[in-house]
Write a protein that binds this ligand. Structure first.
Ligand code: HEC
Length: 153
């Protein structure tokens, strides 16, 4: 018992002397040099710029409508030609919302030329496009315009 206590005391005192329980020596870090400070500031500014640019891109992506491709039109013979000739001035939305007989589509080509300054289509091209339009966007029974007594056409 006494011998055990003695060993313990020797161990504690010896350990203390050997620095077993001592705090590791801490040394104050060197103060950063002006160049290091300037570099850190540059990095912070660069990160802030990148974050701002990313936020702006995300905001734009949320409000921009992606460019249309011809796949927005129903598949059919003449789709590519219709897309190429009919999207210079407006999107396809104005076409897709329409439903007309072949005669009305054909007349619309004249209207587009006379009133909207469209370059007249070559005769073959016009037939191809009007055929496509008439089959892809035929006159609809439920066309609200056909029923609305307050609209003349
Ligand atoms: C030179 C420019 C131009 C081209 C090319 C053009 N359009 Fe148009 N289109 C217009 C304008 C302008 C309007 C009127 C838009 C408005 O009223 O806000 C219009 C309107 C329309 C409308 C809506 C008509 C209505 O009042 O319901 C349809 C459908 C249409 N275009 C189809 C076509 C098709 C199909 C083609 C390809 C053959 C075509 N457009 C090519 C300029 C053009």
């Amino acid at each position: 018992m006494v011998a055990g206590l003695l060993v313990l005391v020797v161990l504690v005192l010896g350990g203390q002397k050997a620095g077993w329980w001592a705090q590791p020596e801490t040394r104050a870090p060197y103060p950063p040099t002006p160049a290091a400070l300037a570099f850190a500031e540059m990095q912070r500014a660069e990160q802030a710029r990148a974050a701002a640019a990313e936020a702006e891109n995300a905001r734009l992506a949320a409000v921009q409508t992606p460019a249309e491709t011809e796949e927005v039109l129903p598949a059919g013979h003449g789709r590519a030609e219709t897309f190429a000739n009919c999207t210079a001035c407006h999107s396809t939305a104005i076409i897709r919302r329409s439903g007309l007989t072949r005669e009305r589509w054909d007349a619309l080509m004249d209207w587009m030329v006379e009133k909207q300054n469209m370059t007249p289509l070559e005769p073959d091209m016009r037939v191809l496009i009007v055929d496509y339009l008439a089959s892809a966007f035929p006159a609809r029974q439920s066309n609200p315009r056909a029923r609305n007594p307050f609209l003349s056409n």
